[in-house]
Design a protein around this ligand. Structure first.
Ligand SMILES: [Zn+2]
Length: 443
C-alpha cells in the first residue's frame, strides 16, 4: 500500500514542461510519478492548484550552532528553510564556535545539527591557515568541500586565506576530490569607509574587489586543478569571468543570492543595516546583469547566504553593524516568483535550487524520480502574497523581505514523505540527517 499520495499537482521535472501528475510515496521514497496511480494510499495530500517540486537545497547557510546559538541555531534556521520549501541545506564552517576546521569541530556541529535539524544537512569545512591534514579529517567525515575567505571574515575565530594558504589548500582539496568555495573580495581593492551611511559602505567594497579576487582564485584553480566554486557573486562581470574560465577548461562555477537578484544598493536607504552584506548590494544594472546570466545558464545555483545575528549587532551604523542577510525562508519565493514575472520558465529556475546544487556538491538529492528520497515542496506560483513578519521562523525574524509582495510561496514541505511544514506551521521534532557527498559523483 502506498504511504502518501500527492494528488493532482503540477509536477516540475528538469528540461520538461510541467505536467499534471500524482506522486506516490512508499517508505520515504518516490514510488511513482504518474497521471493516475491506481493504488490506494494511507494518506492523501491534495495538491491541486500547486506546483510539485523537489525540495530546495540551500547550499549556503550560517546557523552558528554550536557556540553562537543566540545568533540563529539549527532548530530555528532549518524551520525557516522548511517553511520556504527547502528539504536540505549545506552549512558553512563559520560562524559557529568552534568553526568547522577539523574532525572534532565537524563532529560537534554534526551532533548539534542532528539533534535539532528539521531537514537534511551537509557541512562545508573550513580552509584556514594551519595544518593541512585537518582537511583530510574533514573529508573523511564527509564535508562537501572547503570554504575559504580571500578577505577578513569579520569574526575572530576564522582567518582569511592568503594566496599561499589558498593555493596549498586547493592542491590538497584537488587530491581529496573536493571543491573549494571562496568568498571573493581582494583586500588590496577594498577602501576605508568615508562616512557611516550605506553609500560609504557600498563604495568601500567596489566591484573591482570582487573581480580581482575571482581572477586570482581562477588562476589558482587552473594551476592546481582544483574545482572552484565562487559564492555569492554580486556582479555580472564576476559571473562572466567564471563562465569564461570554464570555457577555457577551468573547473569553476558560481552562485548568487536572492538579495542580489531582488534588491539594489538604493534599497539600503529604506532597509538600513538589515540589508548590509558583503559584497554589498549593487546598482540596479548589476541586478539586471545577474538575471541575464542566470537565464543563460551561467550560474550553477542560487543560495540564501543566510547570515543572521542578534538584533543589537545590526545597530550602530553601517561601519559597525554585522554584515549578513537573514533570508533563509525567502529564496524559493523570490527566485521563482520574480523569475516568472521576468518571463523565465519554471523548470530551469527550480534546477538552480535542486539539481544544480545537488550535482555541484555531489549530493543524491534534488531529483523527482522513482527511488529518490521523497523530498517535495508544494508551491503556489503566481499571486500576490505580502510576507508578514509573523510568518518568519528564523530566530530573530530579521528578513529584509518582510513586508514585500512575493509571487510564489511554499504551502507544504515533505522530507522523505514526512510533512515538515504545512499551512504556516513547522512540524515539531528533528528529522534531519547528515548528508555526505557520493564518491561516485567526484571527479
Ligand atoms: Zn556566507
Amino acid at each position: 500500500m502506498i504511504d502518501v499520495l500527492v494528488r493532482g499537482g503540477t509536477v516540475v521535472l528538469p528540461g520538461a514542461m510541467p505536467v499534471r501528475a500524482d506522486v506516490a510515496i512508499e517508505d520515504g521514497r518516490i514510488a511513482a510519478i504518474a497521471p493516475e496511480p491506481s493504488d490506494p494510499a494511507r494518506e492523501e495530500i491534495d495538491a491541486r492548484g500547486l506546483h510539485v517540486l523537489p525540495g530546495a537545497i540551500d547550499a549556503h547557510v550560517h546557523f552558528n550552532e554550536p557556540g553562537r546559538t543566540g545568533w540563529e541555531g539549527w532548530e530555528t534556521g532549518t524551520a525557516a528553510l522548511a517553511a520556504g520549501g527547502a528539504t536540505a541545506c549545506v552549512e558553512m564552517p563559520l560562524n559557529a564556535h568552534p568553526p568547522t576546521v577539523d574532525g572534532a569541530s565537524f563532529d560537534a556541529k554534526a551532533a548539534a545539527a542532528g539533534a535539532a535539524a528539521k531537514i537534511d544537512f551537509a557541512l562545508w569545512g573550513g580552509l584556514v591557515p594551519g595544518p593541512l591534514d585537518r582537511m583530510d579529517e574533514l573529508a573523511e567525515r564527509g564535508v562537501v568541500g572547503f570554504k575559504a575567505f580571500m578577505c577578513d571574515t569579520g569574526i575572530d575565530d576564522f582567518d582569511a586565506a592568503g594566496d599561499d594558504v589558498l593555493g596549498a589548500g586547493m592542491e590538497r582539496a584537488a587530491a581529496l576530490g573536493l571543491p573549494v568555495a571562496v568568498h571573493a573580495e581582494r583586500p588590496s581593492e577594498l577602501r576605508a569607509m568615508d562616512g557611516d551611511d550605506w553609500r560609504a559602505w557600498a563604495a568601500s567594497r567596489p566591484p573591482a574587489a570582487e573581480l580581482a579576487a575571482i581572477g586570482r582564485a581562477l588562476e589558482l584553480a587552473g594551476a592546481t586543478g582544483c574545482s572552484l566554486h565562487v559564492v555569492h557573486v554580486s556582479t555580472g562581470a564576476g559571473v562572466a569571468a567564471v563562465a569564461e574560465a570554464r570555457e577555457r577548461g577551468v573547473d569553476a562555477t558560481c552562485e548568487t543570492c536572492p538579495h542580489y537578484l531582488a534588491l539594489a544598493e538604493e534599497d539600503l536607504e529604506r532597509l538600513g543595516t538589515l540589508a548590509k552584506c558583503a559584497p554589498p548590494l549593487r546598482p540596479p544594472a548589476e541586478r539586471e546583469a545577474l538575471w541575464e546570466h542566470l537565464g543563460r545558464g551561467r550560474i550553477a545555483l542560487v543560495a540564501s547566504d543566510h547570515s543572521p545575528c542578534p538584533p543589537a549587532m545590526k545597530e550602530g551604523g553601517f561601519a559597525r553593524a554585522w554584515g549578513g542577510i537573514a533570508g533563509a525562508q525567502t529564496t524559493l519565493a523570490l527566485l521563482l516568483g520574480d523569475g516568472a514575472r521576468r518571463g523565465l520558465p519554471v523548470a530551469p529556475l527550480v534546477e538552480l535550487l535542486t539539481g544544480g546544487p545537488a550535482r555541484r556538491l555531489g549530493l543524491r538529492k534534488g531529483r523527482l524520480e522513482p527511488g529518490a528520497d521523497a523530498d517535495l515542496a508544494l508551491v503556489e506560483l503566481g499571486g500576490d502574497h505580502v510576507l508578514a513578519p509573523g510568518e518568519l521562523h528564523d530566530r530573530h525574524g530579521a528578513n529584509p523581505f518582510a513586508g514585500r509582495t512575493l509571487h510564489a510561496r511554499a504551502r507544504r514541505t515533505l522530507l522523505r514523505g514526512h510533512t515538515v511544514f504545512d499551512d504556516g506551521r513547522v512540524a515539531p521534532g528533528a528529522h534531519g540527517r547528515l548528508l555526505t557527498p557520493d564518491p561516485r559523483t567526484r571527479p
